[in-house]
Design a protein around this ligand. Sequence first.
Ligand code: SAH
Length: 351
Amino acid sequence: MVSTLDDAIVTQSQRPLLGMNQSELTAWVQAQGQPAYRGKQLHQWVYDKGVRSLADITVFPKNWRQAMEKVSIGRSVIHYRSVAADETVKFLLRLDDGQIIETVGMPTEKRLTVCVSSQVGCPMACDFCATGKGGLVRNLATHEIVDQVLTVQAAFEQRVSNIVFMGMGEPLINAQNVVAAVKCLNHDIGIGQRSITISTVGIPGQIRRLAKHQLQVTLAVSLHGSNQSLRTQLIPSAQQYQLTDLLDECREYVAVTGRRVTFEYILLAGLNDSEVHAAELAQLLRGFQSHVNLIPYNPISEVDYQRPSRKRVNQFTNSLKASGIAVSVRYSRGLEKDAACGQLRASKIEP
Ligand code: SAH
């Protein structure tokens, strides 16, 4: 059957406009019988001005604006927000189907970093992480990822400089939409790929696949254990993924992209934070073009892990340094508002 123009309009309008690039937006306006230059205007209003409804695009003809009022741009609604003492802001965003996700905005003097979610919930069930306790609800669509950045940008009235995929979810299970979102954030919002970090627990084959996209993003891999059995104890999915295989894929990522990999390592008192573990970790990563990011554990209510003392954290850091490993410590922000690493969950807070 030959599809009519009306069919085309209906199908096109079902895909939210956010996430489309300028040529896709131009094709879309043309399909609505509008001149091509309106595509550029639409792009500007969606991405630069952050408009929420086509009805608000005042440069468009009034009749058309009204006719297109129901077309979804794809923006979420801020359901709740809390501000921590360090000015970190946690947003609970309500999506079109009523699901709630968390996004965090972290301002510093020179930067505005957004911690974005890639899924509603998470299937990985890492023992120390709040998100994993509720399981996975669904993947986020490309526009739902991009929207988080526009929402934080508008709330802070400041351009976002950095993005970390360290919110809810496992980005490499939703790689297609995450890669599309990275491209959109880069091309359409103008955030440099080198200012974007994708954090993964590691899914067999997926780091290799990501490398093929030849992005310049930073890959951060959640290691957390200095050997296979310790890692499996903390990350159930590690059972199906040998540490040696994970590191091989990371080496390929470095070879293909020319970017070094960051290894994230949560420090849990008495569990993975001893001198023996530091030595084992240094041995594991010797000669690897990488950087270790130590994250002292942020408490969650379901488990009783402990955060090591500052002294232990410093000693662990110094041991790695002494072995020639590049290392930094991340004291997460927004701790008292449950906005720090691993504390995000699909909250049911009523505003
Ligand atoms: N699924 C991805 C990204 C989300 S979590 C991943 O696992 O990498 C982002 C980072 O926060 C990961 O390194 C994760 O292990 C860490 N994290 C999770 N729970 C934490 C907690 N309670 N304290 C400190 N860091 C935590």
